[in-house]
Every structure is written in C-alpha cells, then in structure tokens.
Design a protein around this ligand. Sequence first.
Ligand code: ADP
Ligand code: ADP
Length: 232
Amino acid sequence: SGLLEVRRLRKVYGGTAALADVDIHVGRGQLHALLGENGAGKSTLVKILAAVEHEDAGEVRLDGEALPPRRTPRTMAERGVVFIHQDLGLVATMTVAENIAQYAGYPTGLSGISWPATQARAREALARLDVALDPNVPVGELSIAEQAAVAIARALVQDARLIVLDEPTASLAAGEAARLLSTLERLREKGISCILVTHRLDEVLSHCDHVTVLRNGQVVGSRPVEELSRDD
Ligand code: ADP
Ligand code: ADP
C-alpha cells in the first residue's frame, strides 16, 4: 500500500463542498501532482493535510495508520509530513545553514547539536539533492530554484517522508521552474514522496509520476503520467 491514503475526504464551507468524497493514494517515492483550476479544492486538501483545517468526514492514513481527526500541525511534522509554502518560508537575511537549522514552530531536533555539526548536516542535505551551495551565503542572494532547494534540504534534515509543495513554480520563469522540478526528482530515488500542487500540465507531463485532477471538489481522474502521455 501507499504512504498516504486519503479516503472519502469531505469538507463543506457553508453549503459549498470544497472537497466531496476525495480519494488520493500517494506511493512511496512518488512525485504526485495535484492538478486543478482555481476553486478545485487543492488548497483545502493541503490545509487538511497540514492539519490547519479538519475534514468533516473521511480519513487520512499515513503508512497504513489512520490519523486522528483532530490532529495538529505538530502531529503531521512529527510523522514526517513537511509543507513548503509558495513563499518557501525562508528568512532572506539568514544563511543557507541557518535556514536549514531552524524551522519556526516545529521540532527540528537540531537545537541540541553544535553549529559545525549543523553546517555539516546542511551541506549533506544539499549534497543529497545534488545542489552545490555555500552554506554560509544568505538565502536572499540565491535564485528562487536554489532557495527552493534550501527549503527541500530543510525538509530532509527534518526526516521528511512526504513533502507537500503548494504551487512552488507559479511565479517562476520556465528555466527556474525546471531546475526546481529536477531537484524534486532527486527525492524519488531517496524514497521520499512528494505532492506538487500545480495548475501547469506541462510540468506534470515532464516531471511527475502520477497525477490526480481535482475539479469542483471531486477527483475527475487519477493515473500514472506515462499512461497520460501515451493517450495524448
Ligand atoms: P483551490 O486551491 O483549488 O483554488 P480551494 O480549496 O481554495 O481551491 O477552494 C475550493 C472551494 O472551497 C472554492 O469554491 C472556495 O471558494 C471554497 N472555499 C475555500 N475555503 C473557503 C472558506 N474558508 N470559506 C468558504 N469557502 C471556502
Ligand atoms: P491559500 O490562499 O493558499 O488557500 P491562506 O493564505 O488563506 O491559504 O491560508 C490560510 C491559513 O492556512 C494561513 O494561516 C496559512 O498559514 C495556513 N496554511 C495555508 N497553507 C498551509 C500549508 N501548506 N501548511 C501550513 N499552513 C498553511
């Protein structure tokens, strides 16, 4: 079975079903695109996975275990589910290593180790992503794709099993977006699963393993990308 299983998830806002019985299965090491137009329910699903919102019905299972309906963001972090917002959540004036070492509000496990050891962890996480960056450079001096690599490296340091990225490429030029997506592809070989929220079909076809399409709160299709490419 997969790493994440969302079953018959339902969320209603004042009469509007933002999610109507949504099923999603994310395999281990899978780069899973969540594709949909505005209003499809993508943000609602991400918020429920982040436990900043709660479902009205249905369940979320991680690694075969049902998560409690009233889970908290901390529960999710402790289980290795890491969220990367579109703004990446980095502090521009802090260095790469400082950003990787600190993750506001969540347990990082890094507070007990020395600064040189922290820098070494940062360097090692970046190396796992095949990204060569000086850990002592302020992230504000980096390209957006490099900054995204820092956010992903931070997730690795937190022992992420599932990384959820909310429209990370929405404001990027094609070259930068491609660089960011190829960094995400490094996660596949590490067995780390990834949910990429996007409305760009081109990046789904060229980088992702599986795509689930949401429309008006419902899953209208979910299949391996290789099947899609054959059909179209
Ligand atoms: P997406 O992220 O795909 O654009 P959303 O999850 O933001 O979609 O929205 C899905 C539907 O739920 C939309 O019809 C939206 O207007 C509605 N919705 C989302 N959040 C709220 C809210 N807090 N209050 C009322 N309606 C909401
Ligand atoms: P959006 O416009 O992307 O639907 P909002 O900006 O309305 O989301 O966010 C509503 C609240 O949910 C904010 O407090 C935000 O910090 C939180 N939130 C949104 N997405 C996430 C996420 N992926 N992880 C954690 N918190 C989130």
